[in-house]
Design a protein around this ligand. Sequence first.
Ligand code: ARG
Length: 588
Amino acid sequence: MSTVTPLAASLDQRLRRAMAAVLPTGAADADPIVRPSDHADFQANGALALAKRLGTNPRELAARIATSVANDELIASCEVSGPGFLNVTLTDAAILNQVALRSGDARAGLRPGNPGRVTVVDYSQPNIAKEMHVGHLRSTIIGDALVRILEFDGSKVVRQNHLGDWGTQFGMLIQYLLEHTDDQAAPDRAESGSEAISRLNALYRTARSKFDSDSEFAERARARVVELQAGDATTLASWQRIVAESKVYFNEVYDRLGVLLDDADAVGESFYNPMLQDIAKDLETRGVAQRSDGALCVFFDGVNGPDGNPTPLIIQKSDGGFGYAATDLAAIRHRVGTLGASRLLYVVDSRQALHFRMVFETARRAGYLPDSVEAVHVSFGSVLGPDGRPFKTRAGDTVRLISLLDEALDRARITVQEKNQSLVGELLDQRAREVGIGAVKYADLSTGRARDYVFDIDRMVSLNGNTGVYLQYAHARIHSILRKASAADLAASIDTTGALEPAERRLAMLLDELAPAIVSVTDTLEPHRLCGYLYSLAQAFTDFYEACPVLRAPTDEVRANRVILCRLTGDTLKIGLALLGIEAPDEL
Ligand code: ARG
């Protein structure tokens, strides 16, 4: 469905066209079925099915196609093998031409497809007055990469940070604050985000234990929830303060991570509160939801609890309160009806799979989610600690995100210093940030998102293996070559008459595969596919660099060609890393 189309058609597309043009009359619609091959550059298998259709011998048909296509400037050789496969090797000139067409273009020759499509991405979604945890980190990183990739693909993307900023817990927080103005309130001076969140965390704990142990306080806290819902000015003001203080902290984390989220994207659960009554009424009138023991519920075939009883989606509790599900239904109606979404993505951990299944199904039944709109739970696995269990501190608390990122920066600083001792001061800080944050993001994104992974900082900042640093280093190495290249080489255009060394050829062919790598992410919403591509590209570059001297190339033409190849590889790595939200400095 997705269509990041190469500005210059890719080599396999060109080959497909060349072959389609020589198919027997009456069979021009047949697919030549061109695939990359281990035996040649490509294999075309279309002759088999076509021969069956035409009632001819497949080997003979393949041989005829081979003869007719042999003169195409793309093709160096086209040979029949097996029952009627065609093994195709391209000319070096065709490959060099392709490099020429892409090089120097800010998008490496790719043009956006999918104009007019609106994708709403719900991600990050931390909860007010609580520390963000590693699950929120995953959602933020994966969501950010998907947003960048979908935008590159030409989709209009609306970011929605579905903050947990509403609910009964605010009753106890606000009540406690109002009763203890002295100890838990914000100080007069400006607080940092981390200070604010530590204070709010402590407030949460004290208020919670008072709520659990003091029934009169619990009563007052419940009454406070009613005041909040009724819009009482003092209560609202206190709520707003808590929300604002938490946002300072979230923004500090977003800033640290270098993600696109900003205040305008924060559309929390409270935003939907005024719509919930109507949602409940509407679902009941349409017969989608029914009263059961006083609660308004939606039931599903085959969704049962451990006791065998059906597990409903609860729209409204018997005490009249609305919860998480009602809010998500209102959000769907808003995103489809008002924001005009054609695709809804929810980057949320896999434990919420059932919730989203029931919410999507309910929205379909109610007509909030027409068939033309796709809704996907982009689910992901857990982040594990070194012991292979869900990531917690030794005391069993959630690990503070900021300290985790600080640690990644410290380790990255060591890696960077080992590579380049002359780096000091602010520049060293900046590199440590680019490498450390890049390492954390890449480790997350390069793991298939359904999988759990161990948060292992040493591995993340390692220069060996499939890491962000490895890719950043490959990019920086290319720039160090380019800095040494002469102005004449940098200005030269490609000479398409030369012959390519095998490693050079492999690199050039791989450069042509950025578009399919991106399309595979927009189709599957799995960023690790792009990571895998970039890693192979960096490896192919290493092989090329070992086998083919660049600045000491045998002739001026070969040297200029190799400089251009280096530059396009560097640009492709930079574009790919940028799509993952990772910096690619020119020097490490
Ligand atoms: N705030 C929730 C949590 O921390 C995640 C919200 C996910 N998004 C949504 N639209 N339900 O678990």
